[in-house]
Design a protein around this ligand. Structure first.
Ligand code: GAL
Length: 824
């Protein structure tokens, strides 16, 4: 959404003041995440919502341009408000409450909590005098939800979606050579989904500065046509002439390979645009012997588009892309670069321990890495436009993406959401298909569904003719949306018959958009419904859902289906099925909300990855239960596995493809050992030992050093060890954390789906917070973020009667991303 406000007065002044701007770079994208102020407003009482429209006054903030009242006003005193940086999710900071919504994990926000459902954000920033004459916009990657924005008391607009990215042109409202104020009111009263969605400005905010003649927002579209020894790259660019005079210009398009070497370039000369006009230009550039983007070698190219007026470069716009081919086949599935790639995917929401929906970029990267370790090659961004940085991570790491739209329908707002999703994401090589939406029960089997789906596709094909479209359809297969959908999306094979659908539509490709919904609690091996804990054996499911061992073999045996997306990669708050309060989290994840693998992770690893896997469960700490028969499982892709307890063989068994092995073993403390064999030769082992009591705390970061850029994060696993240094798998110690040095604790979690412990500890007026968390099934997680100051971050973790530990993380000098200055 772009709001173009041509200011002719500003443009006239521009001549006189142009000397100010001569040294401006052609384009700047500045991070606007730092130094915000935050306070709660009120959803039902205007007096507590900073009184934006007092009944006694004639004006409210919409009546007169630049005349906003209350906290939207430029000179409102926010000095008492809390200071924070973005991304920020106030829902994750909220306590749990039985009156909260189960969808949102019983957090104390939403319609029963008007006092915690409106968040106001304000930030001062400076704009140099030399910026006068540039076009400046404020760009939000995503705000949950229903946001209204003002700059210097000027109302910019309202965005109801909690997921769509949006932008406002603020050039004409700015104070040049002075301080400016942005105010954002966020209303998280309503829910868009039936899962945890967070609250607040939970994605990045940017300030973009360009010349009046510039590449439009999301203005490039790169497509590739791979030939035998070369690729034709079509680089389209949309240019806006936001100056009040004709613009004559040239466009240069240059493609760089991953080493920064120019591999193709082209020029478009003698171009012109009339005042206020917008037009598309395109060049076809030939890249010889291109390196293709794939999951194994996610090779990225960069297109640099420059606009030149005379000798001056007035815009420099970079587009990352990949050269690769996509093909969907009705009988053989999905092909990347001509090779069949079976989709081994997960559906995922944006929710992580400690940080909720406000995932720092490093947490998105960590999650993609965890899924890759499992052998997964695809993510479905259920059920909404993802954070752009998740797609960046997937581009870099070689993870395929089904990019999903939120609202299904054809009204202007719904089509606008789809439009923005596609324009924003269509250059990402990781995106292999668009999903129009999920489980639209009212229309799935109805004629209206056929028509709505067709209209959405016709609309969207114009925006991206290179990709195909699916929808996650949970019923009415053979009618409704499933008739007109381009690529059939099966949600749960319990909802219909894949084979008869394929028989009826033999020319239509298909994919299992969703399956699974298996429940399991990490590290739990005895059903404990009183604590809402289910075992981590692959045995728990609801009536519509499927065990891992039911759903993967079903689709593995149907090559006409391109693959499947399991519900879900990670646990997320809300949807506490099969429980409700006091459970606060789903248990569908193959990994928990911290990203700690549950045992099914190794089932998928065995059948999805291409390396030998052998994993034993449960743990072997069952004091007082000597002689009890315990189910021991192995997830393995070896040909045979032999299990022994304390050196005594419990039997050697043949592995059946896509299934686990199991033994009944009478418990005796000691060592449970599995040996995996291929061709009669032992190739790997897995061992589980009975441990002693915890004696020491242990901290293990996902990376040893941090970048002192104010954004980087260390995701730290917390556990305890016994006297022999073995991790104690069933420990539940309470751990206290203290941090010294240039870093901060962002959040804690432990993956317990019914824990009501806080994820975040905020300082109170008189005291520093006592950060703490119990271990759950032996583990907890703490996320630590660097500041912009280099130095040693020291995190100390202690528990009663245990040896404490201090982890030192050097935070090294690093380039910070260009950011908006607070002061001139
Ligand atoms: C599906 C739905 C998902 C989730 C899941 C739980 O039907 O698409 O969003 O609710 O059920 O099993």
């Amino acid at each position: 959404m772009k709001h173009r406000n041509l200011s002719f007065v500003a443009a006239l002044l521009l001549g006189a003041l142009s000397a100010f701007g001569e040294n401006n770079p052609p384009r700047e994208k500045l991070l606007m995440d730092f130094g915000w102020r935050f306070a709660f407003g009120h959803a039902t009482d205007p007096a507590k919502d900073f009184d934006p429209a007092p009944a006694s006054e004639m004006f409210n903030y919409l009546t007169k341009s630049g005349n906003a009242q209350g906290a939207a006003k430029a000179d409102f005193d926010d000095s008492g408000w809390r200071k924070l940086n973005l991304p920020h999710d106030w829902a994750v900071e909220a306590p749990f409450d039985e009156h909260g919504s189960s969808s949102h994990g019983y957090k104390a926000i939403g319609k029963n909590f008007p006092e915690f459902s409106i968040g106001w954000y304000r930030k001062s920033f400076s704009i140099p005098a030399s910026d006068l004459g540039r076009r400046i916009s404020v760009d939000f990657d995503g705000v949950f939800r229903d946001s209204q924005v003002w700059v210097n008391g000027f109302y910019l607009g309202r965005e109801s979606s909690g997921y769509s990215s949006f932008s406002y042109d603020i050039s004409d409202y700015l104070n040049y050579g002075a301080t400016n104020v942005i105010a954002v009111r966020v209303d998280a009263t309503l829910e868009e989904g039936w899962f945890y969605e967070g609250a607040g400005i939970y994605r990045h905010v940017w300030l973009t500065k360009t010349a009046p003649l510039h590449v439009a927002r999301w203005g490039t579209f790169v497509t590739t046509d791979v030939k035998k020894n070369s690729a034709d790259v079509t680089a389209r660019v949309m240019v806006n002439n936001d100056q009040p005079t004709n613009a004559a210009f040239e466009i240069q398009q240059t493609i760089f390979d991953a080493d920064g070497k120019t591999v193709a370039s082209g020029e478009l000369k003698k171009l012109s645009l009339t005042p206020g006009d917008t037009a598309n230009f395109s060049s076809v550039l030939k890249v010889a012997k291109p390196k293709l983007w794939s999951c194994e070698n996610p090779y990225l190219h960069k297109l640099v588009t420059t606009i030149r007026q005379g000798d001056k470069i007035v815009d420099h716009y970079e587009t990352t892309f990949g050269i690769r081919t996509l093909r969907w086949d009705a009988n053989a599935g999905f092909f990347l670069n001509g090779q069949r790639v079976q989709l081994k995917g997960t559906c995922d929401h944006q929710d992580h321990a400690g940080v909720g929906a406000a995932l720092p970029d490093g947490v998105n990267v960590f999650r993609v890495e965890q899924l890759k370790k499992m052998g997964s090659n695809a993510i479905r961004t259920s059920h909404n436009a993802p954070t752009p940085e998740l797609l960046d991570a997937c581009d870099r790491l070689g993870m395929l993406v089904m990019d999903e739209n939120r609202e299904y329908g054809i009204n202007p707002q719904q089509l606008d959401g789809l439009n923005r999703l596609i324009l924003r994401d269509r250059n990402h090589p990781c995106v292999i298909i668009w999903s129009l939406g999920n489980e639209e029960w009212a229309i799935e089997g109805a004629d209206k569904g056929t028509r709505i789906t067709q209209t959405m596709q016709t609309f969207a094909q114009r925006l991206d003719p290179t990709r195909r479209f699916t929808a996650a359809i949970s019923g009415g297969w053979g009618a409704g949306s499933s008739v007109s959908i381009d690529v059939m999306g099966f949600n749960y094979f319990t909802h219909g018959d894949n084979d008869s659908y394929h028989g009826k539509f033999p020319a239509k490709p298909s994919v299992a958009t969703e399956d699974g919904s298996t429940f399991s609690t990490r590290g739990i091996y005895v059903q404990d419904r009183d604590h809402q804990h289910l075992t981590a054996y692959d045995v728990n499911k609801a009536d519509w859902s499927l065990l891992a061992e039911e759903s993967w073999p079903h689709y593995a045996a149907r090559p006409y289906v391109a693959g499947q997306f399991q519900w879900t990669g990670f646990d997320y708050r809300g949807e506490e099925t099969p429980f409700c309060w006091p459970a606060i989290s789903s248990q569908f994840g193959i990994l928990d909300v911290c990203g700690f693998p549950k045992d099914n992770f190794y089932y998928y690893q065995a059948w999805w990855s291409d390396h030998p896997v052998l994993h034993l469960l449960p743990h072997w700490n069952w004091p007082g239960q000597e002689g009890r028969e315990i189910d021991v499982w192995a997830h393995s892709n070896c040909e045979e596995v032999e299990l022994s307890l304390n050196g005594v063989s419990q039997g050697r068994k043949k592995v059946q493809k896509n299934f686990h092995l199991e033994w009944k073993v009478k418990y005796a403390p000691g060592v449970l050992l599995a040996r995996g064999y291929n061709g009669g030769k032992e190739i790997l082992t897995d061992k589980i030992e009975t441990t002693g009591a915890p004696t020491a705390v242990q901290l293990m970061p996902n990376q040893a050093t941090l970048k002192a850029d104010g954004e980087d994060v260390a995701i730290i696993t917390v556990s305890v060890t016994d006297a022999q240094g073995r991790t104690v798998p069933d420990a539940a110690n309470k751990i206290h954390f203290q941090l010294a040095g240039p870093g901060k604790m962002l959040g804690v979690g432990n993956g317990d789906p019914s824990s009501h412990e806080p994820d975040v500890f905020l300082p109170t007026e008189n005291s520093a917070p006592d950060w703490q968390r119990h271990l759950f099934s032996g583990l907890a997680q703490i996320i630590v973020q660097s500041t912009k100051e280099p130095g040693e971050i020291k995190l100390t973790a202690r528990a009663d009667d245990l040896t404490q530990v201090t982890l030192t993380i050097p935070s090294q000098p690093a380039k910070t991303r260009p950011a908006v200055a607070a002061k001139l």
